[in-house]
Design a protein around this ligand. Sequence first.
Ligand code: BGC
Length: 262
Amino acid sequence: MSKKHSSHVIGIDIGGTGIKGGIVDLGKGKLVGERFRIDTPQPATPQSVAKAVAEVVDELMTRPEAPAADSPVGITFPAIISHGIALSAANVDKSWINADVDAIFTAELGRRVEVVNDADAAGLAEARYGAGEDVDGTVLVITLGTGIGSAFIFNGKLVPNVELGHLEIDGVDAETKASAVARERDGIDWDEYAVRLQRYFSHVEFLFSPELFIVGGGISKRSEDFLPQLRLRAPIVPAKLKNDAGIVGGALEAAIHFKLAK
Ligand code: BGC
């Protein structure tokens, strides 16, 4: 790989409504310059999403801070990703199930990519640069958004594809009650939402006894409205990287995978 901005890697975060990308400085764990966002195409099929991702990468590559053209791109995706293949599609187009996401994006971008679950990416970023920095033992990063995403970090290392949003609690899939979208859909206030979150986090704490919970997703901006009401053994804190965690974690995962970083 050429030396141009060698600590910079592009990260792309694919969500149900937007595809966001940025150039990440891996030394600092921060974006260099503004993020670039476009709407997720509808229907969000593999081909249409791949084209949109290419558009975001093209824009970022026109910038003076852009990494070398042969550097890998880290891409997050909201599904189980095993060896580059999507094995679930809870909140995305069902045509993604069993799609080789890695191969589709590699072909479209014409460069190396590493695909990682969206919550896993956010978790990695928080563990390395954010609220979980230097915390030993088990750290659980839970993202509250359209669904519930989760990242299991042990001694700073990610255990991938832990799907704690789909724990069955009181007979239902937990994310259908306790995600940020479930709160909006049901029109409940913060106090009622905190009751649902208490039920959810107590159960997760009973199962895993983490040292720390980190709460991510757009709703973490409003953490003052619900986190102080939760009673758990472990501390529970908002994510530090906020909306950039996915982009930063995606880029970090690509750098680790292709041995540009540890
Ligand atoms: C999916 C996870 C994803 C989470 C957040 C869940 O429904 O199963 O893979 O990380 O939503 O997007």
